[in-house]
Ligand binder design. Sequence first.
Ligand code: HEC
Length: 156
Amino acid sequence: MKFACFFGCCLAAACSVSASGEDKPKLPDGPGKETMQRICSSCHGPEIVLGKRLTRDGWSQVVTNMIQRGAQGTDDEFADIVDYLTNTVSAEAVKINVNKATAKELQTGLEISDKDADAILHYREANGDFKSIDDLKKVPGIDAAKIDAKKSKLVF
Ligand code: HEC
C-alpha cells in the first residue's frame, strides 16, 4: 500500500526538512485530537490532514471516504474527528508562521505588499526568528496597523 511506509520513509525522504532543523509538522491541540490520532494513523500518518482548510462538509466527505477504505471507529468517534478537523485543523491552516512563511505566503496571508513581505524576509534573515508581534513591527517600513489586524492568524 502506498502509505504503508509512511513512518519508515519519513526517516529517509519525506522528512528531509526535519534533518535541517525544521520542526516536524505537528497536529494542533484540540478536542478530538487523540481520537483522530488513534483511528486515523493506521494507514498513513495523521499529519496528512495538516494544511487542509476544508469545511465541515468537506471533512465529512473525507471521513466517509476513509470509512469506506476501512477506517474503524464508532459514529461518535467519527463525529468527534469531523469536529476536530473542522474546528481545529481548518482553523490552524489559515495561520501564518511568520518564521517559516515564504514572501508569497506573507503577502497573501497578511494582505501586505510584496515590498513589505520582502522586508520581513530580509529582517528575519538578518536578525533571526521573530519572537512576538512586537518584533515583527520593528521591520522597517512595515504597517503596524495591518499587522495588528492579522494578529490572531500569526504564529511565531
Ligand atoms: C484503512 C486505511 C485508512 C485509514 C484508517 C484512514 N485512511 Fe486516510 N487514506 C487512506 C488511503 C489509502 C489514502 C489515499 C487515497 C488516495 O490517494 O486517494 C488516504 C488519504 C487520506 C487523505 C488525503 C486525501 C486527499 O485527497 O488529499 C486524508 C486527508 C485522509 N486520508 C484523512 C484520513 C482521516 C481523517 C482518517 C481518520 C478518520 C483516515 N484518513 C484514516 C487510507 C486510510
